[in-house]
Design a protein around this ligand. Structure first.
Ligand code: UD1
Length: 326
């Protein structure tokens, strides 16, 4: 790969073919940033990068981030100003069934990124953390300082990665932003697994004329944030002036129940079948809500897409892509 000589900013995005990654890439390119995506395409999809592929500022390498030698070579050639590390095992269920794989993809990979960043003198790392590190904590809205009690190997790995990044920030003077995502939804989210994001599953079922299933009474609440807001936060964090390690909630601070979502969706699908209620899932969290203040204070980030607007856009994009498939 030729060494870059242009003066534009360069950002390496791991997991850039994924749901959050591909939106982040699109926004970086819109800001004239040179982007290099590394992704092993285990869960990411190259089609998510269709628009990005038309840009001369975009490059893609299909590699696994745990291959440290390859990653270091790529980094040395590209010399990024920042790394957004999103590559991960994303399924909580899979982390429970295969904790060793979870460790490899969600802890070891973080260390590989730290090593490569340190060798390549990359000063800024943005990390995809998760509200999963808080577990079932009743002190809502959750502040970043809330007690960490992860309930899955996935949550544990995200917390362990934060610890490694905190130490790296202190040892090597790196700037690190750990973005603790709450419930992210929007176009390109894969609805195919029963453990996919609830919004993607509901939308998929409504679009197919199939009844949505609610586990429990539907009064459980989440802090749903649109993927485009999340992508904007990732981009903002690459330009952070904050020194050292900072962990921030990426959330709206607004609480929405599943019943509210179904009401909203039914405005678009008035003839959809009745909701089916089933027993609550074991270990399901009833209420989750983040405090968005730190993100505003540290990075001037406030989520701007309302649920109504975000759902309408999501719906439009889903309808468009199913029309393309026909
Ligand atoms: C989310 C994350 C998870 C993270 C957790 C941390 C996703 C997909 N999962 O889980 O990685 O550990 O936050 O806080 O983003 N539900 C239904 N019907 C369905 C599907 C789901 O009723 O068909 C219910 C679930 O039981 C749950 C709620 O919807 O009560 C939300 O589920 P889900 O989207 O999987 O997210 P979380 O459980 O919050």
């Amino acid at each position: 790969m030729p060494k870059k000589t242009s003066s534009s900013r360069r950002v390496l995005v791991t997991g850039g073919a994924g749901f959050i990654g591909s939106h982040t890439v699109d926004q970086l390119l819109a800001e004239n940033v040179d982007v290099l995506v590394v992704d092993n395409l285990a869960t990411g999809r190259i089609e998510n990068l269709d628009a990005a592929c038309t840009s001369p500022s975009f490059r893609f390498e299909q590699i696994d981030v745990t291959h440290s030698g390859t990653l270091s070579r790529i980094l040395e050639a590209f010399q990024p100003h920042a790394i957004i590390h999103l590559a991960a095992l994303v399924s909580v269920q899979e982390s429970i069934e295969n904790p060793a794989l979870n460790f490899k993809r969600n802890v070891l990979a973080t260390q590989t990124i730290i090593d490569a960043a340190q060798r390549g003198m990359v000063e800024n790392i943005v990390f995809a953390s998760s509200a999963a590190i808080y577990g079932d904590n009743p002190e809502l809205p959750l502040q970043e300082s809330a007690k960490k009690q992860p309930l899955s190997p996935y949550g544990g790995a995200k917390l362990a990665s934060e610890a490694l990044l905190l130490a790296a920030a202190n040892t090597y003077k790196l700037k690190v932003t750990a973005n603790r995502y709450f419930n992210v939804y929007g176009p390109r989210q894969d609805p195919k697994s029963p453990y996919s994001g609830v919004m993607s599953i509901f939308l998929d079922r409504f679009a197919q004329g199939v009844a949505p299933i609610v586990f429990g009474d539907g009064q459980q609440t989440r802090d749903f944030i649109n993927v485009q807001d999340v992508a904007r936060m990732n981009v903002l964090a690459t330009k952070s002036n904050q020194s050292g390690f900072n962990a921030v909630n990426v959330c709206t601070g607004k609480s929405t129940s599943l019943l509210d979502i179904l009401d909203e969706l039914r405005l678009h699908f008035p003839d959809a079948p009745e909701t089916v209620f089933k027993e609550a899932r074991t270990g399901d969290i009833i209420h989750s809500l983040g405090c968005p203040n730190s993100a505003r204070e540290l990075l001037d980030f406030t989520a701007s897409i309302s649920l109504r607007e975000g759902l309408a856009q999501y719906l439009q994009s889903t309808t468009r892509s199913s029309a393309l498939l026909r």
